[in-house]
Design a protein around this ligand. Structure first.
Ligand code: ASP
Length: 333
């Protein structure tokens, strides 16, 4: 007998909430993140911002909110922090400006939204969500995306809002390396050495709906309007209630070519793999053997979590279905 019928029969006015499991996982980028390169203060600062961000997303779920809203809450908290390569603190392009990419996907409806190469929208993840909810399109880019965001009443900022001293120094360093040697070889090397810093989140709400989102400044010294995997549905972001939800970080060109996020979910869906095996196969076999550096966060429809990466570290944090909070940076913890 349905609960509602029972409620009517026995006359209790407030229906018991049949809450399903909720869970949240975030990343703040993967790459050459070594303990020796982080001061204890910096490490503490990063861990506490990761914890704060995952808890912001989890609080939305706890209050009965939708997974899409939880993803937005967690990502915006990281976009606002200069610690990550997204929003304020985004890396610089070759021309010393910031061009941001973001995407979001709803696992229930397969709706998705993305923005690419935007330079004046304060919260690219919010813009991606607005594209999903308020337009008939999936991806908008550059000036058009900005015009759309402005018309929708989103907060616009001057490009210098995203400036940080640290990222400016990184640009100078990368440019120096690029100018001095063979460009293509050096670019690949610079990217390999670079600690990526993109942010992403995946959530499962009490209705059993998954969502995933990713936001980034891309790669230092990118030029010619280069777009990475982060705003590409199936590459950097994917969500499907029937399999899993994924947000990626890493060397975007590989993640696009190997269609990483969708490939992981396809293995779960069609091969019946669990998310640990599916993620491990794609990250540590497919990508690793071709030199595609990076990592992903994955969640299945039961709220199980996997965070595989093939770099020395990945900033990550989660709240599992038991409410246990975990924050990790290195690969040996
Ligand atoms: N995947 C991003 C890109 O290629 C970079 C990152 O993850 O940090 O644009």
């Amino acid at each position: 007998m349905k609960i509602k019928t029972l409620a009517l029969l026995f006359g209790f006015s407030t229906l018991p909430v049949m809450a399903g499991d909720i869970a949240m996982v975030i990343h703040g980028g993967a790459g050459t993140i070594l303990k020796s390169k982080l001061t204890p203060e910096k490490e503490r600062e990063i861990r506490s911002k990761l914890e704060e961000s995952v808890k912001k997303g989890y609080a939305v779920l706890k209050n009965g909110g939708a997974s899409v809203d939880a993803v937005i809450a967690a990502i915006q908290n990281m976009e606002d922090s200069p610690l990550f390569n997204a929003g304020r603190g985004a890396v610089y392009t070759w021309d010393a400006v910031h061009e941001l990419d973001a995407s979001i996907m709803d696992g229930k409806t397969h709706n998705a939204g993305a923005v690419a190469g935007v330079s004046r929208i304060k919260s690219p993840i919010e813009a991606a969500r607005t594209v999903m909810d308020k337009s008939v399109h999936v991806m908008l880019s550059g000036k058009g995306a900005e015009q759309f965001a402005e018309n929708q009443g989103l907060e616009m900022v001057d490009n210098s809002y995203f400036d940080t001293e640290r990222r400016r120094k990184a640009l100078d360093k990368v440019k120096q390396a690029l100018i001095s040697e063979d460009h293509a070889m050096q670019f690949t090397q610079a990217m390999t050495d670079y600690k990526f810093g993109t942010v992403g989140a995946v959530a499962l709400d009490k209705e059993g709906n998954l969502a995933a989102g990713t936001s980034t400044g891309g790669m230092t010294a990118k030029r010619w309007g280069r777009i990475g995997d982060s705003p590409i549905i199936g590459a950097g972001t994917y969500a499907d209630n029937g399999s899993c939800a994924v947000s990626a970080t890493g060397h975007g060109e590989y993640f696009i070519r190997y269609h990483v996020a969708a490939d992981i979910c396809a293995r779960v869906k069609y091969q019946g793999k669990n998310i640990v095996d599916a993620g491990d196969e794609v990250l540590n076999k497919e990508l690793k053997q071709v030199g595609g550096d990076g990592g992903v966060i994955i969640m299945d429809s039961k709220g199980n979590i996997a965070t595989p990466f093939n770099t020395p570290g990945m900033y990550r944090a989660s709240v599992d279905t038991d409410g246990k909070v975990t924050v990790k940076i290195f690969n040996d913890e």
